[in-house]
Design a protein around this ligand. Structure first.
Ligand code: SAH
Length: 421
């Protein structure tokens, strides 16, 4: 898919019409989820669309009797036909002020992170969780990286960008809407500079007092796995307590952020495994940047499924293992295949633990529930014949909140497992 670059917008250029363009009526009996404030209305629940609903346009949703339920943004292509964001009929979502308040609320909710002198990178806006469907904003120091993931967010992109500029005065706002999920919305990939100065080729950030290099233009997602911030801290604390001078294995290491934490905690050596040699190379720079011993770290570029088997044949074991694979399940259909993938990784990883060693194992697939993930790890442990305990449970950081009305926003889950013997 060709990556498009948005035109460079200027303030006051005007926004696509934010007026309501259509009225959506649900089929009888299909209003329960919307009344419980679940933000997604599926196409099958809709009886009629009155008016010319343009992609991303503002709509109102009504029950079969005509009563107002909520305001939403329309997606003509997606099975999720409307994303609801406001249940108050007299709200004014066609105004700039409404969205200014929404964005300000999201920003204010991260105030403790903003004031944290040891961290300057975190998620500023997390889409439906913050009542702004499809909008992701990640802060990397004075750079904002945004994703417009739905037709509604795409349509309001200039408005959102203007408001982010006004409310946070960043040095740059850069778009990374180059993700496949936009295809469901009938949108292509889009990216590039939206406002301010071009981002540095590499941006330096601080997280929990450690420094990392982030490639905003080409890195994964928006550049860095911000969702693991609290888990990296936990890892560092446990590494310090449980395995000083220990040996660490970081599988699916990306730019080695967990390894930096391990070295900062005083571990003796680490092995990073990742399919991307660019990520591994940036990982080495991250270690050097924190004045930690690069010579104590080995990089293995390759397929983790094979590399772990190779390491096992060598008879090596580790005190600490982190296994943080990419998303294996994108939909419910992928769950059986993903389950096999997670089981294999965990099976190999548990074999590679020294007695008493700790495994931080993750799944970022929303379609794999916490419960299923635990069962997968249980199955893996059983096959190794080792006794394994859960000593901790992990999830995405507090800047990736989950509205109780929208549990689908919870995707990252992890277990801290200990090989008893
Ligand atoms: N824990 C990391 C994030 C890991 S993201 C952090 O804290 O930053 C997942 C990583 O898995 C990516 O870097 C990707 O390049 C890598 N990857 C994907 N498939 C892989 C495979 N089959 N073998 C090894 N690495 C793989």
């Amino acid at each position: 898919m060709a990556k498009q670059t948005r035109p460079h917008f200027t303030l006051g250029a005007g926004y696509p019409s934010m007026e309501r363009t259509a009225r959506i009526t649900l089929r009888p009996g299909r209003e329960a989820a919307a009344l419980r404030r679940h933000p997604w209305v599926y196409s099958g629940s809709i009886r009629s669309v009155e008016g010319a609903a343009e992609p991303g346009a503002l709509v109102t949703v009504h029950d079969a009797g005509g009563s107002f339920i909520a305001w939403g943004q329309y997606s003509s292509q997606s099975q999720i036909r409307v994303r609801l964001f406001c249940w108050s009929e007299d709200a004014r979502p066609h105004t700039t002020e409404f969205w200014r308040q929404r964005l300000q609320r999201a920003i204010d909710l991260r105030d403790s992170l903003r004031r944290d002198p040891l961290t300057n990178a975190y998620r500023l806006v997390y889409a439906e969780s913050d009542g702004i469907p499809g909008l992701i904003v990640d802060r990397y120091g004075d750079a904002l990286v945004v994703q417009f993931l739905t037709a509604g967010a795409d349509r309001a992109s200039v408005l959102y960008t203007d408001l982010l500029m006004e409310l946070t005065t960043p040095r740059t706002i850069y778009e990374r809407s180059d993700t496949d999920v936009r295809e469901h919305e009938g949108l292509g990939a889009s990216g590039g500079l939206l406002r301010g100065a071009d981002p540095e080729p590499i941006t330096e950030i601080v997280e929990n007092g450690l420094s990392y290099l982030v490639d905003i233009r080409n890195g994964h997602k928006t550049g860095f796995y911000l969702d693991q911030r609290e888990n990296r801290r936990r890892f560092r604390d446990l590494a310090m307590a449980a395995a000083p001078q220990g040996e660490m294995l970081n599988v699916f290491s990306y730019t080695g952020a967990f390894t930096v934490c391990g070295l900062a905690a005083g571990i003796a050596s680490a092995v990073n495994v990742d399919a991307s040699s660019e990520a591994l190379a940036l990982g080495r720079q991250n270690i050097a940047l924190n004045r930690l011993p690069v010579e104590h770290v080995d990089d293995v570029a390759g397929d983790a499924f094979e590399v772990l088997r190779r390491i096992r044949r060598q008879g090596r074991q580790f005190d600490l293992i982190v296994a943080d694979p990419p998303k294996f399940a994108f939909t419910q259909r992928d769950v059986p295949r993903a389950t096999r993938g997670y089981k294999d990784i965990n099976l190999q990883a548990i074999h590679l633990l020294k007695p008493g060693g700790l495994l931080f194992t993750f799944s970022c697939s929303g379609a794999i529930s916490e419960d299923l993930f635990q069962k997968i790890v249980f199955g893996a442990a059983l096959d190794t014949g080792r006794d394994v305990q859960i000593v901790g449970r992990l999830t995405q950081g507090c800047d990736h909140p989950v509205a109780l009305t929208h549990p689908e926003a919870a995707y990252l889950k992890g277990l801290i497992c200990r090989a008893v013997s």
